[in-house]
Design a protein around this ligand. Structure first.
Ligand SMILES: [Zn+2]
Length: 65
């Protein structure tokens, strides 16, 4: 940590566009996880890859290869 690195987006972490994310529910810790369509399917809290898609109630599981 040198302190000279500046992230490209410092103020956009909370600027989540509701219309551009898909909400999943973690199958492990049950937290709601908003993910962008291009984002990797993974719980942002516990790191689990078993997420339930809220709209379909269907389990979407991604296994590491
Ligand atoms: Zn989780």
């Amino acid at each position: 940590m040198s302190g000279t690195y500046q992230p490209p987006n410092t103020s956009s972490r909370d600027d989540i566009k509701e219309g551009n994310v898909i909400y999943y529910t973690c199958g492990d810790c049950a937290v709601r996880v908003p993910l962008e369509p291009s984002a990797p399917i993974r719980c942002q809290k516990c790191g689990a890859r078993v997420l339930y898609k809220e709209r379909t109630k269907r389990m979407v599981q991604f296994e590491a290869r």
